[in-house]
Ligand binder design. Sequence first.
Ligand SMILES: [Zn+2]
Length: 321
Amino acid sequence: MKQKGRELALALVFGLLLPMLMVHGAGNLAGVYVPPAPTDPPGTTGPAGAPEVRVRMEEETVTMDLEEYLVGVVLGEMPASFEPEALKAQAVVARTYTLRRHTTAPKHPEGGVCTDPACCQAWRDPAECDSENLEKVRRAVLDTAGLVLTYEGALIEATYFASSGGRTEDAVAVWGSDLPYLQAVDSPEEAYADRDMATVTMTAAEFSDALGLTLSGSPGSWVRSVTYTNGGGVETMDIGGHVFRGTELRSLLGLRSTAFVISASADGVTVTTRGHGHRVGMSQYGAQAMALDGSTFDEILAHYYRGTILEESIDIVGLLG
Ligand SMILES: [Zn+2]
């Protein structure tokens, strides 16, 4: 028994352990210097290891320090006169949006983000701002440095828009894909109701041309039935026997949102909208209303992006690499 045990031990040393040791130690024994794998590829970190992002401005794509880029986004996306907590919520959302575009969900073939607010995020050159506003916005970005929103460990699709008309919209109602953290919630922005409403008036001919329809009879009879989304937007609308989606009508008629009512008379058609934007995610005016009411930026974010986690431990440099 003892002999067998020793044989087994020797077999282990020569048969298994020794080859492993040899393979493992080969590089060191040869004395060849192997440079470490680059952890900071060019273009993704600044001189001090700060994360950098790619920003497409008209025809050229520039590399910018992430946090410095975010100062320009907050300046471009939200009035600097807004409450500090609303500006901080905007900074976190913009950071999350930017990092997601650079990693799991790219929107441009060359990666990164652009400065078209209809596509990615607006950006305003900080050099063009007065020092008081700039300082206020810079403080909001700095106070939330590195903070992002995640859901089940992944960066969220942090969409936002100007105003909601009182309730936000489910992602599925606008883009057709359901996201658990982008669900309709009430948005307390009654104080901005006047600003929130808009009216578009058109003649009967303009209305039917915009829809590509040949409609006859009294405009008052054209709208036959309407269904609504969970967020109070138009889901479908039957106009003269043609069923349109609310998102389609928003685009065809150039409306500010899908939350609208149509009233028609012999003179023409009036469309009244509530809210401005796709209404999915955070309402900027809602964030401002919440901040004025005493909510902190993390409370604002938890309200608009249900079930998400505000994280500061995420490895942004690693993500961008
Ligand atoms: Zn874009």
